[in-house]
Design a protein. Structure first.
Ligand code: HEM
Length: 482
């Protein structure tokens, strides 16, 4: 939206006022034992240093300022953690001191005021909703009960690629599209009891909504950067309107599926889906101490499934296939952990917020500090990994390191109280998806393309997940034995 001269002057005056207010507050609060920090600019602090790929810029900055680094992101004091030792101190030793979430505006709207699991601040409500979901939705038993859905959807994907391989043998398959469709179909059937095909979303629309929602939740709005007046900037820049649009799209969809489930004439499917499970909990209201659950809570949890479950697994398999296509010799020995090291779907985990004061590496972290753990950087730390930029799946053969949050050099699912509860579900989808692609087909580059031509760039911008910038297109050859 264009801003005229009058609005620009008003904005300038507001920003000046904000800066003066911030300066007095910041200087009052500064403490001597704060972690090292790059130089800051007025108003924005270190925001300009985040760049278009924040995890990469922060990794470069940490080489100069150290593994515990202080940044001022507008009004938000922030600490960036960039080593396995410091990550262990934060996520294990001081897990309880640091396991809240910052009240980000984008997340607030989309999560019905933080009524989900992922963005809910630490407290009674989060403990209860997480416990219920871990027991009822994410348990090994529940995940196994959806195994047949996963297998069916994987078979559908394999059949569709086979059909393509037979009908147009030399034309490449868009694996990015196939894998998003696979994970979306699985989550749709498991969570909503509906098929992705024939739902409100076609492939493009779905991608658009998921990415808009992730960008909304992953980025900072002016409201949290500039006190008092930031909301005006968000309004003038159109951010609020974009946020409202994506909220209404998602809310409308979630409400429709919840209503369908409440319809007494609905034919009950053989297996209860996640909405059935959550509605049953509401009906019984058993075991929930903090508050009564309502439909809003269901919709907030569905949002976590929608965003947490679709993108992450698809992105991981896409990066794995891209790395393997670059190194055909290792394609047969592929192990998914390597992808988790080089291309963690959440490169900075989800932001934490400190609750009380504590020390990391001898530096003091104040309460209400935003904490970002750069697991992308830690996964490429030459002090930990030999040839850190190289994709060498063999490095995990006979290695005790796993992705379950106890090895701080490899944290694709985070660690501590806020570790991803979908870890089992996510790894099953990644393992099965990848194994089936490799078992059923030989993969080749499109004619005329060399291994070094594969674009390995990461998609830019503040978002929660780290996808490949360009779609991965490879030629599939059906195995004779498969
Ligand atoms: C390959 C697949 C996946 C990856 C790489 C992944 C990664 C992550 C990461 C990095 C976090 C933040 C952890 C932290 O802040 O320490 C997280 C949190 C979360 N994930 Fe996942 N995830 C995956 C699959 C899933 C699935 C399938 C679901 C649900 C269907 C899910 C639901 C969640 C939720 C609800 C949280 C928030 C937990 C909390 O704040 O208490 N994730 N995930």
């Amino acid at each position: 939206m264009a801003i005229d001269a009058h609005q620009a002057l008003l904005l300038f005056l507001f920003l000046l006022l904000t800066w003066l207010l911030m300066k007095t507050r910041i200087f009052k609060k500064q403490n001597k034992n704060r972690p090292p920090s790059p130089p800051k600019l007025p108003f924005i602090g270190n925001l300009h240093q985040l760049g278009s790929l924040p995890h990469q810029s922060l990794w470069q900055l940490s080489k100069k300022y150290g593994p515990v680094m202080h940044l001022q992101l507008g009004k938000m004091p922030t600490v960036v953690i960039s080593s396995a030792e410091a990550a262990k101190e934060v996520l294990k030793t001081h897990d309880l001191d640091s396991c809240s979430r910052p009240p980000l505006q984008g997340a607030r709207r989309l999560t019905y005021n933080y009524q989900d699991i992922a963005f809910s601040p630490y407290g009674e409500y989060w403990r209860e909703i997480r416990k219920i979901c871990v027991v009822k939705l994410f348990s090994v038993k529940r995940v196994q009960s959806y195994e047949s859905i996963r297998e069916e959807e994987i078979t559908n994907m394999i059949n569709s690629i086979s059909h393509h391989a037979l009908s147009s043998p030399s034309s490449p398959v868009d694996l990015t599209e196939k894998l998003f469709a696979l994970t979306a179909s699985f989550i749709f059937r498991m969570a909503f009891g509906t098929s992705f095909e024939g739902s409100d979303f076609n492939h493009n629309k779905f991608n658009e909504v998921v990415h808009a929602a992730e960008a909304t939740m992953g980025s900072f709005s002016a409201a949290e950067i500039f006190p008092f007046v930031g909301w005006i900037v968000d309004w003038l820049s159109g951010l609020n309107q974009k946020r409202e649009k994506v909220f209404h799209e998602l809310d409308g969809f979630f409400q429709r599926v919840v209503d369908e489930h409440l319809n007494p004439r609905r034919t009950k499917p053989q297996q209860e889906d996640i909405i059935d499970v959550l509605l049953k909990i509401i009906k019984e209201q058993s075991g929930f101490g903090a508050a009564m659950l309502t439909e809003k809570n269901i919709k907030a949890v569905l949002l976590n499934m929608f965003l947490g479950g679709v993108d992450t697994s698809a992105i991981t398999v896409i990066w794995a296939m891209a790395e393997l296509a670059k190194k055909p010799s290792v394609m047969k020995k592929a192990q998914e952990e390597e992808t988790f090291r080089l291309h963690p779907a959440g490169p900075l985990l989800l932001p934490r917020e400190s609750i009380s004061q504590f020390k990391v590496n001898g530096y003091e972290i104040q309460p209400k500090t935003l904490i970002q753990v750069n697991v992308w950087g830690i996964g490429r730390d030459p002090k930990i990994w030999s040839d850190p930029e190289e994709f060498i799946p063999e490095r995990f053969v006979d290695s005790p390191i796993d992705v379950k949050g106890q090895h701080f050099e490899l944290l694709p699912f985070g660690s501590g109280r806020r570790i991803c509860p979908g870890i089992y579900m996510g790894t099953r989808t990644v393992e099965h998806g990848l194994a089936n692609l490799l078992y059923n087909f030989d993969w080749e580059l499109p004619s005329g393309m060399k291994e070094e031509d594969i674009n390995m760039e990461e998609s830019t911008g503040l978002s929660l997940s780290l996808s490949k910038k360009t779609p991965l297109k490879l030629v599939s050859k059906k195995h004779l034995f498969a």
